[in-house]
Ligand binder design. Structure first.
Ligand SMILES: Nc1nc2c(c(=O)[nH]1)N[C@H]1C(S)=C(S)[C@@H](COP(=O)(O)OP(=O)(O)OC[C@H]3O[C@@H](n4cnc5c(N)ncnc54)[C@H](O)[C@@H]3O)O[C@H]1N2
Ligand code: MOO
Length: 428
């Protein structure tokens, strides 16, 4: 199986995975109706990922809700200032001030009303002169019998924020398909929307396999290591709008079967890490014998598994797709980036389908096995050239954490010189 010619090309595996997982997620899709405040509390929980709107949301109120001032200044009738010049200013009596949050009386002709930023424009007024442009350039004490002079005309509409100029009541304020980020949540609340339809994030059962694994924070015994893949893949799944139930199982088929039987009833996909290569204790491969296991012509991320497995208790068995990643941490996360992220991002609409891509010159020479598509970790140096972060080893997790790019060396290329161009994906 490990023979070079028997390796599945990267594009073939990506297609096989998308064909299996994409439709399964689409048919498992459910819609929830929630208040924006509920979306907001979900958004605080990073592990639940962004919510995506399923139905257009219409504004319940105009935004702005009323004509209001863009500046601290005087609300006036523009016609009153038409003849104002520096040598012959227009002098007007000052009415009661209008703080934000109060409904002003109408403004008659020949008067100026102190109005604060965001406060309603009095009926009758059609422009605002900012306080710096008035004479005197400071508001009188409320209740004082004051006048104010203006030495230039003002255009009708100046510094007036019209009701509905952002969105009108009844118009679509956030269209279906939009991930609800900070600005979208803000405008839903501002426009008085009380309920939205969002897609329920798909639920993935994520299983870290390995008898050597210890949960984060527990004491570490000899030959044991922390379950980095669980944390990494949970976070990676959340970024594309996926909910995760995470389990750790030892290299024991009975333990893996038990976790699958105990799967939450709405699980739409199972993702595993570890236990897929050629060792004597490959629990995933030895237990899930109906799935395809083989090598993809990529490094890291060579050993892969893909298929359909039964989950749930005997009386309520369901078939769901299985994606089995190799255990080496860099292999697991690179596999996610190459194969699963695009499919999940497309299914959930929670983020861009593809990572931003670029191409640039290498800062150093790079060697790669010619029969494999090699994915190296890199970053841009001060001159915008692509430098490697660490070597190709799939255990170099700290180097992955320090990298900002996945650098692609395609199959058929054994060596690249400094200055040769490479393709890269931006991973943060
Ligand atoms: N004879 C061969 N040996 C190996 C081959 C091969 O083709 N022939 N492939 C190598 C490659 S490439 C990879 S990648 C790994 C894949 O191995 P498995 O998927 O079976 O993973 P494990 O053996 O369970 O673990 C590999 C490595 O990763 C560590 N690990 C596993 N899970 C986690 C986790 N949740 N968090 C942190 N680290 C984890 C594990 O301790 C091992 O060090 O196989 C090669 N061998
Ligand atoms: O292909 Mo393994 O995934 O490099 O280390």
């Amino acid at each position: 199986m490990d023979h070079e010619s028997s390796r599945r090309p990267l594009a073939d595996h990506a297609r096989a995975l998308a064909t299996l997982v994409g439709p399964a997620l689409a048919s498992a899709r459910r819609t929830l109706s929630v208040a924006p405040s509920a979306v907001l509390s979900a958004a605080r929980d990073a592990a639940s990922g962004p919510r995506v709107l399923v139905t257009d949301a219409a504004a319940a109120t105009h935004l702005p809700g009323f004509d209001n001032s863009q500046m601290d200044g005087y609300a006036v009738r523009a016609a009153d200032l038409a003849g104002a010049t520096p040598s012959d200013p227009v002098e007007l009596p000052v009415t009661a001030p209008v703080p934000a949050g109060t409904q002003p009386s109408p403004l008659g002709p020949g008067a100026a009303a102190p109005v604060m930023t965001g406060a309603p424009i009095p009926d009758g007024a059609d422009a605002v002169v900012k306080i710096e442009d008035a004479d005197p350039p400071a508001f009188p004490e409320p209740g004082a019998d004051a006048t104010v002079r203006f030495s230039t005309p003002v255009a009708p509409g100046a510094f007036v924020r019209r009701a509905g100029s952002d969105v009108a009541a009844g118009d679509v304020v956030v269209p279906a398909g939009t991930p609800l980020g900070p600005a979208q949540l803000g405008v839903l609340v501002a426009a008085g929307v009380t309920e939205v339809d969002v897609a329920e994030p798909p639920h993935v059962l994520l299983i870290s396999t390995g008898s050597e694994l210890v949960a984060a924070g527990e004491p570490l015994g000899p030959a044991q290591l922390y379950d980095a893949n669980g944390a990494m893949l949970t976070a990676a799944l959340a970024q594309v709008g996926v909910r995760t139930t995470h389990r750790v199982v030892p290299d024991d088929p009975a333990a893996l079967r038990a976790v699958l039987m105990d799967a939450p009833e709405d699980v739409a996909l199972v993702v595993t890490s570890g236990g897929v290569s050629a060792g004597a204790y490959e629990v995933v491969r030895q237990t899930l014998t109906d799935a395809w296991f083989g090598h993809v012509a990529v490094q890291p991320g060579g050993p892969q598994g893909l298929g359909t497995i039964a989950v749930g208790p005997v009386e309520a068995r369901r078939e769901v797709p299985l994606v089995a990643f190799p255990g080496n941490p860099v292999s697991a996360l690179v596999s996610f980036e190459l194969f699963l992220r695009p499919v999940l991002a497309t299914a959930t609409g929670a983020g861009p389908t593809l990572r931003p891509r670029g191409r640039g010159p290498l800062a150093e020479p790079v060697d790669s096995p010619a029969h494999l598509h090699q994915v190296r970790r890199g970053r841009l140096d001060a001159d915008g050239r692509v430098e490697m972060v660490g070597g190709p080893g799939s255990h170099l997790l700290a180097h992955l954490a320090a990298a900002t790019l996945l650098v692609h060396v395609p199959p058929g290329v054994a060596h690249l010189d400094e200055g040769d161009d490479v393709d890269y994906w931006e991973i943060r």
